[in-house]
Design a protein around this ligand. Structure first.
Ligand SMILES: [Zn+2]
Length: 92
């Protein structure tokens, strides 16, 4: 279609992108960063204050993270007592 921005065959427009790929080979380093959303787990009690539920993390509908603490203890945020607030994005 004559796109002037298309890279010419056999040439790489930028070789700097490939270096970052190695970082993605270690998904287990910080599982929290790969959580889609938080869900309440009522089968466990917070190890600090005994409150239920504790915080669990879901990724692609699978449980990938289970905290031993409730929302307020995990995030030091009293408002986190309500699981409905767990997936709200904090104001930037
Ligand atoms: Zn707690």
């Amino acid at each position: 279609m004559g796109d002037p921005n298309a890279p010419a065959p056999g040439r790489t427009p930028s070789g700097a992108v490939t270096a970052r790929r190695e970082m993605r080979d270690h998904p287990a380093m910080d599982p929290i960063t790969s959580i889609d959303r938080y869900v309440p787990d009522y089968t466990h009690a917070c190890e600090v204050c005994g409150t239920t539920p504790v915080v669990a993390g879901m990724k692609a509908e699978r449980l990938v993270y289970l905290a031993t603490m409730c929302g307020p203890c995990l995030w030091s945020e009293p408002k986190a007592l309500d699981p409905a607030t767990w997936n709200e994005q904090p104001p930037a």
